[in-house]
Design a protein around this ligand. Structure first.
Ligand SMILES: [Zn+2]
Ligand SMILES: [Zn+2]
Length: 238
């Protein structure tokens, strides 16, 4: 039986499933469990509920697919999350590595009227402060920074994992969407970008897996590794 109002827990799951879909990862129960750092039985129970409420279906291959209602709900919650983050940074002046958890709390309690007001308040901004499109579907693919060869020019498009401890690390390192520079060094452990403004951004190789860039010359496209999307002790961010 379908219901109009998804619960907070259901919204969290729909959001996570949508993130898997956007990242090009298989929408499987195992990946949902990994992304949310929950046990498989817990996830199975909730997937059954989502199926019963008409938000998802599961095929013979066990892969999850959205119903039209489910996709609409998922896109709505993801859009509100990103909009709130942008509002918190641009209008309230909160640093971009501190807005994800706030948005996680606020996104479930937002009326369409407030959403429209916030959208007007952020002006021309098209993405959340971590580079994810507010209007879902307008995503510039990009490649993992970890794949880029030395000497290539890069522009940071997106921080794929929004777990806050990882965002703190990225902010301290100076890695933020919009930064342009040249890939200066790449070792097994580290990736170094020489920013056009003279900054030197040093990231561990595993963190560089979670940063999507536009590069020239560009390595071939590759989906980020699921493990890298849960690199932080915290939940996989969204
Ligand atoms: Zn976020
Ligand atoms: Zn974000």
């Amino acid at each position: 039986m379908s219901q109009d109002q998804a619960t907070v827990a259901e919204e969290e799951y729909l959001q996570t499933i949508f993130w898997l879909h956007e990242a090009g990862l298989p929408m499987s129960a195992a990946n949902v469990a990994r992304a949310m750092q929950l046990s498989p039985p817990t996830v199975h129970e909730m997937l059954r509920r989502l199926e019963g409420d008409g938000y998802i279906t599961r095929g013979d291959d066990k892969l999850i697919a959205f119903t039209d209602t489910g996709r609409e709900h998922a896109e709505g919650i993801v859009r509100r999350h990103r909009l709130i983050e942008r509002f918190l940074t641009d209008v309230l002046g909160i640093p971009w590595d501190e807005v994800h958890e706030e948005a996680e709390r606020l996104e479930h309690a937002m009326s369409p009227v407030l959403e429209a007001r916030m959208l007007a308040a952020i002006g021309d901004a098209k993405t959340c402060p971590h580079g994810h499109p507010i209007e879902v579907g307008q995503r510039h693919e990009g490649v993992p920074l970890a794949d880029v060869e030395v000497g290539a020019t890069v522009r940071i498009l997106r921080l794929e994992n929004e777990a806050e401890d990882l965002l703190h690390y990225l902010k301290a390192a100076g890695a933020e969407p919009g930064l342009t520079g040249t890939l200066a060094e790449r070792t097994e452990d580290e990736v170094v970008v020489a920013g056009d403004g003279g900054e030197r951004v040093v990231l561990t190789a595993s963190v560089a897996e979670t940063v999507s860039v536009a590069a020239d010359p560009s390595p071939p496209p590759r989906t980020a590794l699921p493990e890298q999307l849960v690199i932080a002790a915290d939940r996989y961010g969204r």
